[in-house]
Every structure is written in C-alpha cells, then in structure tokens.
Design a protein around this ligand. Structure first.
Ligand code: SAM
Length: 409
C-alpha cells in the first residue's frame, strides 16, 4: 500500500530541507523511480552521519538509479569504516555504472595530468607505413593517436582482401582494434565505418549470405574495452546502392523483400577513461581551442547525407566530406589522426586541409604508391609524406629510442 506523503513534501524532494520521515515514506511506499531517487538524494544532501544506516540500506536497493544515489550520499562519509568497507565490496558490483563510480572513487591519483595530451611523437606525423596494421601497431608508441577514422576491409566482398572464414576476419579486426586502444590517447575517439556485406551465392541451388559486420564487430569492441559513444548513419543516395530490389519489385511475393542498402554505420567509440571529456578539452590552450571550433556545416542529427565517391584507384573510398566532418567533430588542430586501413588515403587529404597531422597504414603496395602520388603531387600539401615499409618503420622506432611501452613524446 502506498504511504501518502503530503504534496508539500513531494515538492521538496531532492532538497536537503525535505524531512527524513517524508523521504522514508516515499522510499517505503510504491513511488516512482525518480521520486525515490530524489528522496535518497534529500537524505544524502543532509550530510548527517546519523543517516548512514539509511543510505547503506538503499545503496543495496535493486533499482540501480536509487542505489547509485545512495552511494553518492555515502561518498561524503568514505572515511567512516562501515562506509569504506561497504564501498570496497562494490568493486565487483554487477551494475557497470556502479562499478565505474567505485573505480573512480577508489583509484589512486591520476598521472595523466603530467602527460602532454595535445602533442604526439614527431616521427609519426605525416607518415605512411606499408604493411599489415596488426604488426605495425607493435611499433607505435603507447598513447600516440588522437583520433582514428577507418573503414576496414569488407570481409571477402572486395578484391583487395581474402579471409578463410568470417570468424578469422572478425578475429583479425578485433586483434587490430585491441592494439589500437593501447596507442590511442586517454579518452580519445575511434570512429569505425562499416556496413553489412553480402557474399554472392555459390550457385543457383544456394543462397547468398549477408554478414552483419557492424553488429558483430561492435560486440567484440565492447568486450576488448572500447566505450560506445554514438551511432551515426551515413546515408547515400538510393541510386548509388547496388540494386537488390528489382526481383521483388516485379513479383511482390512476401518474404523475398531485399531493400537496396544505401547506409553505412559510423560507430563512435572512446578509449575508456576515468576522466570526463572535460579533462580532454582542458588539455588544449585557448588559441588551439578557438582555432578548432566547429563551423556551421555539422549535422544536427545522427543521419548524415553524404554522396559516395568513386575512384579509379580504389573500389571503396571515403568521400572527403565524410572525413572532414569526422575530423572536425572529433579532433583538435595539430592532432594526429590515424587510418589503419588507408586505401586511397582520403583521410590524410582531409587532415592536411584541416591542419591536422596524419598517420596511415596500408597493406597493399599499389595503394601505397597511389597515396604517395596523391599527396606528393599536390602543391597544396606542403607537409611532405614520410613513407616506410614495416621494417624501415621498426628501425625508425629504434633510432628514436622509443618502445611501444613509452608514452608520447
Ligand atoms: C575499405 S578500404 C579503405 C578505403 C579508404 N577508407 C579510402 O578512403 O580509400 C580497406 C583497405 O584496407 C587495406 N587492408 C586490408 N587488410 C589490411 C591489413 N591487415 N593491414 C593494412 N591494410 C589492410 C586494403 O588493402 C584496403 O585498401
């Protein structure tokens, strides 16, 4: 039975002036989550040690919204033995947000303040390495990259890559993106462009197969420690999509509907950090911040309408506008932006335009030649490209006396 609490007390919920009895009546009655949360908040705001038992009780509430509020109230008393013992016991709490609060509150002082977040190793700037990204990443110093934007191979749907199975393909991407966490700076972003791919049928007796790459890789990225931030849908004009609908369009039989697919997902992840984004913003001086402010061209929604681009050199290139948007929204001027599957090097072109440095890796020599040609033939690009193969890059690292465990210089 709901205990009736006078309206005037309901209006005081969330404030320290709400009487404890009224708060308890809300908590013990069948009130809404937000009212219960506000009731615990009122008790916490009183900062009265006599209320510790109440806060301890509601910190164990099954509803995490209520328990998190009680935990916040308890943090004021974290030197009290009962409280510190209880908070320590929450390190393995099943709720991820509660675990985050406890990790943040119990970890030692951060050493991040001493790192120069806005710089990157000089020898990575405007560098293109030919080879397998998975190996090259072993020679990239820890905490070097400000932003990664990439579109990985489309499983076996394009001529430039072949994998013996879908699980081998996912394993390789997972291994690469795990190493990427290591070389990414504290709290910085990784934007991954993928879409489901279709592999044609082996013969009339068989069906084609559609692989849900974004969804499968997303699960693995979460597992290895990237924090999911946003999903952006890149919409291309329908006429640019492969025609899959004509059969259905003719006979209209249910179950056979195959829409023309004209979207890709830009999944936005952040390297996990106990620091809020505010910390990242504070690492840049006023001048760089002012020069990095985003102009009016950004999309207000997560649906980005951008026409695709075709190229004689490569069968799956980014439109430069897509790269521009991602770079402007997720990096500062002079940052180092990375494409681990560089293809035709579009990200580098946008990076130069926007006064960022680029770092790229690409397996195929033919594409690396094309990137070199693209970047060095254009006088608009004064920043000269440094091109290495994996061995030369490895030597470069030893000459610079840098190891993969080092921080950015
Ligand atoms: C989808 S394309 C990227 C196209 C690029 N976004 C552009 O704008 O041109 C993927 C690229 O990854 C390269 N690639 C595939 N496996 C690789 C690996 N293990 N290491 C480095 N590059 C690889 C392929 O050669 C291909 O050029």
């Amino acid at each position: 039975m709901k205990q009736m609490v006078h309206d005037k007390f309901i209006n005081l919920l969330g404030k320290s002036s709400c009487p404890t009895e009224a708060c308890l009546a809300v908590l013990e009655g069948e009130y809404t989550t937000s009212q219960m949360k506000e009731a615990v908040s009122s008790i916490g705001r009183k900062r009265d040690a006599n209320n510790i038992p109440i806060l301890l009780k509601y910190a164990k509430h099954f509803n995490p919204e209520v328990s998190m509020q009680a935990i916040r109230g308890l943090l004021v008393f974290k030197t009290d033995n009962r409280v510190s013992e209880f908070l320590t016991s929450l390190v393995e709490h099943p709720n991820e947000m509660i675990r985050d609060i406890i990790h943040k509150e119990t970890r030692g002082p951060s050493n991040q303040e001493n790192r120069d977040h806005s710089t990157c190793p000089e020898f990575l700037k405007n560098t293109l390495v030919q080879g397998d990204t998975l190996h090259i990443l072993d020679y990239v110093p820890k905490d070097s990259i400000h932003l990664t934007f990439t579109s990985p191979p489309y499983y076996n749907a394009r001529e430039y890559s072949t994998y013996s199975s879908y699980s081998e393909y996912l394993d390789l991407l997972e291994a690469t993106f795990k190493k990427l966490i290591h070389v990414t700076k504290e709290g910085r972003f990784f934007v991954l462009s993928t879409s489901p791919v279709i592999i044609p049928r082996a013969g009339r007796k068989y069906s084609s197969r559609r692989y849900p790459v974004p969804f499968d890789i997303h699960a693995r990225l979460m597992e290895i420690g990237w924090e999911f931030i946003d999903d952006i849908v890149w919409v291309k004009p329908e006429k640019s999509a492969k025609n899959r609908i004509s059969n259905f369009n003719t006979h209209r039989k249910p179950l056979t509907y195959k829409p023309n697919s004209c979207t890709e997902y830009l999944m936005v992840y952040r390297k996990k950090s106990h620091n809020l984004l505010d910390w990242n913003l504070k690492q840049y001086n006023e001048e760089i911040t002012a020069q990095s402010l985003v102009d009016d061209s950004f999309s207000r929604s997560n649906v980005w309408q951008i026409a695709p681009r075709s190229s004689k050199v490569h069968s799956a290139v980014f439109p430069i506008e897509l790269c521009r948007q991602v770079i402007k929204l997720y990096s500062f001027k002079n940052d180092l932006v990375f494409d681990p599957f560089a293809g035709s090097g579009t990200l580098a072109v946008a990076a130069i335009e926007l006064d960022r440095h680029y770092f790229m890796t690409e397996k195929c020599e033919q594409y690396v030649d094309a990137i070199s040609e693209r970047l060095s033939s254009n006088s608009l690009f004064p920043k000269s490209l440094r091109r290495y193969n994996t061995n030369e890059f490895k030597q470069k690292i030893s000459v610079n006396g840098i190891s993969n465990n080092d921080g950015a210089s």
